[in-house]
Design a protein around this ligand. Structure first.
Ligand code: ADP
Length: 177
């Protein structure tokens, strides 16, 4: 496959990333303020392989990326092994958890499962470069930002689908095999 050939069309990261304008919003978790129950709700309502973690919904500033399976295992473990953890327990991806009121349920700390350096590109990054990075680093997904704000996500499958659309070829035969 000649990457440069494929991307003669100046496709940019913003053309391949999700969500599209008509799609539901990017599903993110916040580094503090969400409860065990809320995060379990997000897991139940979606089937994404992972979730970006941001400072706050307002800032959409990226903190890291957490895999769905690690979240499932960790929340399950916390409920089973950590005494007093309930749906209302707050979840922290922060390094330093602020002091909690004595009356509240124990908190769950999930900093350990956070990938603090997920790969990111800007919305204007040419896809030719992004594809090259995906290949060389063996990435599964990459996040897209604009002026430090998280905009979207590109998965390996998104790229394969996009390339297939552009060349009308079988998506599985094109890349990464
Ligand atoms: P795959 O692309 O391998 O099926 P996912 O199941 O994680 O991987 O993603 C399915 C689709 O949803 C992809 O188009 C991807 O860009 C998008 N997506 C992935 N994670 C999220 C998320 N947290 N919020 C919104 N869309 C997402």
């Amino acid at each position: 496959l000649e990457t440069k050939e494929e991307y003669g069309h100046k496709t940019l990261a913003q053309d391949v990333m999700r969500p599209r304008q008509s799609d539901p919003l990017l599903v993110v978790l916040t580094q503090e303020g969400m409860s065990v129950g809320e995060i379990e709700g997000v897991i139940a309502d979606t089937d994404y392989s992972g979730f970006p973690v941001v400072v706050s919904q307002e800032s959409q500033r990226l903190v890291g990326f957490v895999l769905r399976r690690d979240l499932v295992i960790s929340l399950d473990n916390a409920r089973k092994r950590q005494e007093g953890v309930v749906s209302a327990s707050l979840v922290f991806f922060l390094e330093h958890v602020p002091p909690q009121p004595f009356s509240g349920p124990p908190v769950v700390k999930l900093r350990g499962i956070l990938d603090l350096s997920p790969f990111t590109v800007t919305d204007h990054t040419p896809m030719a470069i992004a594809v090259d990075i995906f290949r060389k680093l063996g990435l599964r997904q990459c996040l897209v930002t604009h002026n430090g704000r998280l905009l979207g996500i590109i998965t390996k499958k998104d790229i394969l689908k996009h390339m297939a659309q552009m060349s009308n070829r079988d998506p599985d035969s094109i890349l990464f095999n």
